[in-house]
Design a binder for this molecule. Structure first.
Ligand SMILES: C[S@@+](CC[C@H](N)C(=O)[O-])C[C@H]1O[C@@H](n2cnc3c(N)ncnc32)[C@H](O)[C@@H]1O
Length: 275
């Protein structure tokens, strides 16, 4: 159980920091998730937890709160049409010799990367394409607000069932099978891992740290947690980070309908900045 005033306090704190909009009816979910923190911190109640968060020392706990509140569900090759589009349209366009926007390095950003499955899927697709384009340079950024989940993404170790959506020949090429205590786990090979820079980043926080624009940004299955004004702000900030003609891909259950933006929809959940 969570007292209404404690729920309101947590809801406002989470919104102010991450812009995740919990709404008015997530009391049970929030109480269940905070229970994990109570056990770790050995606190008797959610009210005591709120007191900790109000205390100056509680600032550190805020990121743990966001960690338990946010949903990190993800998997390899999720929404496969996006990876087809990456292979068949985004890369050929960006690397076309005649393109006025061709750049020396192809750059992409997985903007809410969770435990890394999305960015490593992108890396697999690009590595496969690279085999047909020797000398082709590409580089990936992956960010998330959760430090816990970023640690897992950097480790790049996944259980067998997590890689079951990856074709066997790709598993063989891009994963190392664990031995001994790692039996049953697969680790993404460093040749892919080395292409990815992981950073802790709040999508609605301080200005983004990137100096170069992106050919495509995957920002999937995170906008669903934001309210309309936040979605609008986020899409504006992401669009500012695209090269002319660059693409923004959102989750299939997300849509930019009803918000103001300057992108053109080219397919469901795929948007392009004017050239
Ligand atoms: C459901 S996962 C999506 C993972 C992946 N993009 C996919 O589609 O499979 C949502 C992720 O968004 C992150 N997130 C939530 N709010 C955020 C914010 N304000 N800034 C950055 N990441 C955020 C969460 O920590 C979580 O890992």
């Amino acid at each position: 159980m969570i007292r209404p005033e404690d729920y309101e306090f947590i809801r406002t704190l989470v919104y102010d920091y991450s812009r995740i909009n919990l709404g008015t009816d997530k009391q049970e979910l929030v109480a269940a998730r905070i229970a994990k923190r109570l056990r770790v911190l050995n606190l008797p109640s959610i009210t005591a937890y709120c007191e900790l968060l109000r205390h100056p020392q509680g600032e550190e706990e805020l990121s743990n709160l966001i960690d338990v509140i946010s949903t990190n569900h993800t998997f390899f090759f999720r929404e496969p049409a996006h990876f087809d589009f990456l292979e068949k349209q985004i890369v050929p366009e960006a690397t076309d010799e005649k393109s006025p926007h061709k750049r020396s390095t192809f750059r992409m950003w997985s903007a809410a990367s969770s435990s890394g499955e999305e960015v490593y899927t992108i890396a697999i697709v690009l590595a496969e394409l690279g085999l047909k384009r020797p000398g082709w340079a590409w580089q990936l950024e992956a960010t998330d607000i959760s430090t816990r989940i970023l640690k897992r993404a950097r480790e790049a170790i996944y259980p067998e069932e997590a890689v079951s959506k990856v074709r066997p020949e790709l598993i063989k090429k891009y994963f190392q099978k664990g031995l001994g205590p790692q039996e049953g786990n697969y680790r993404v090979k460093s040749e892919l891992g080395n292409r990815v820079t992981f950073r802790h980043l709040n999508l609605l926080g301080p200005p983004y740290p990137f100096t170069e624009p992106f050919h495509a940004i995957f920002c999937r299955n995170v906008m669903i947690y934001f309210d309309r004004p936040t979605q609008e702000e986020l899409v504006r900030r992401l669009a500012d980070r695209l090269v002319p003609g660059g693409y923004l891909l959102v989750g299939h259950s997300e849509s930019l309908t009803g918000i103001n933006h300057r992108l053109k929809m080219v397919k469901p959940a795929i948007y392009q900045l004017a050239r």
